[in-house]
Design a protein around this ligand. Structure first.
Ligand code: GTP
Ligand code: MG
Length: 313
């Protein structure tokens, strides 16, 4: 992933204002629910990565590309690094997050203002061996009742690691996000752009559609849903006027299946309606969406089943 370009960095100062191209990878890491995906979406100015109030929403690395004149930033949203039960899906998610640490040009460590936890500390320990600059993003500052709290919070945080910058932001309302981007640009290496200027992600519409369905599932079910559900797209076919999508939601028990389907199918219908609206907005055409729910016992702790459901390395 990383651009091998240390030798080119001397050209960097002049490059930001010249025609020399800069391009690099920026990992967005942090414990679950601190606002990593919301930050990526705010930077891109569009909804690419799914978000929710529930921790452990993001399960895969999601690449979001932003190109502005000669600077291309390739952001990598990651699952929240956590200490929960060691099931195969949890291990997969932690691997997907930590594997980027030694393979990018900049790391954004996202924390929540005023809420330093053991999981944040765990990530600091993982950062001890990284060579690239680490920028601390102190998110959700809109939630601070007293803005005077911010300075002491930032001072305390600076003791945890030698961060190259500490930037307070609100990923939700965009406060300071542009300032964050301005701080990142000079840290990107001189390198040719990897993606074309209009490309936003390397993920397929098929993948993004499955993520949207999963988001609606999480949002619709809230606390009732254990994070043992997965969405697989069985069919994705476009014709001139409509995209036909058949998808299956896999859960681990008959009880979970009936919760998702709801009374007379009302819940599944609502999940489908919301998903269809968002997928239609993303694809820019009409969507026919057919959703099924199936039970596959124990999939979340079964490496082979996980791969079958799209959680492969
Ligand atoms: N008030 C406030 N809420 C925020 C902010 N950023 C994110 N949130 C909310 O925090 C929750 C979690 O946001 P996500 O972006 O899904 O968090 P994440 O770090 O990607 O979470 P995982 O993918 O589970 O690791 C959502 O309800 C967001 O709306 C912020 O700046 N201010
Ligand atoms: Mg996320």
């Amino acid at each position: 992933m990383k651009n091998n370009s240390d030798d080119k960095n001397s050209q960097h100062e002049s490059s930001l204002s010249s025609s020399v191209q800069c391009c690099g990878y920026v990992a967005i890491v942090g414990r679950p629910n601190v606002g990593k995906s919301t930050l990526l979406n705010n930077i891109l100015g569009m909804k690419l990565s799914i978000t929710s109030r529930k921790p452990q929403t993001t399960r895969h690395q999601i690449l979001g590309v932003k190109t502005e004149s000669n600077v291309q930033s390739i952001y990598v949203d990651t699952p929240g690094i956590h200490q929960r039960r060691g099931t195969a899906i949890n291990k997969y998610m932690n691997r997907a997050a930590t594997s980027v640490l030694n393979d990018v040009d900049i790391i954004l460590l996202v924390v929540q203002a005023g809420q330093w936890t053991e999981e944040d500390q765990l990530i600091i320990e993982k950062l001890q061996t990284v060579k690239c600059p680490v920028v601390l993003v102190v998110n959700k500052i809109d939630k601070l009742e007293n803005k005077k709290q911010l300075l002491p919070i930032m001072q305390d945080l600076s003791a945890h690691y030698k961060f190259s910058e500490i930037i307070p932001v609100s990923a939700l309302n965009g406060m300071n996000v542009e300032i964050l981007e301005e701080k990142l640009a000079p840290l990107l290496p001189v390198n040719e752009h990897i993606y074309s200027d209009d490309q936003i992600t390397d993920r397929s519409m098929r993948f993004l559609a499955s993520e949207i369905i999963r988001e609606k599932l999480i949002r619709e079910l809230g606390q009732e849903l254990p994070y043992t559900s997965a969405v697989v797209i069985d069919k994705y076919e476009e014709d001139e006027t409509i995209v036909h999508i058949h998808a299956t939601i896999y859960v681990e028990s008959a009880g979970q299946k009936s919760i998702i389907i709801g009374k007379k199918g009302a819940r599944l219908k609502s999940i489908g309606t919301h998903a269809r609206q968002d997928i239609s907005k993303m694809v820019g055409s009409k969507i026919y969406l057919n959703l099924w729910v199936k039970v596959r016992e124990g999939w979340s702790n079964d490496e082979q089943a996980l791969r079958g459901l799209g959680y492969g390395e």
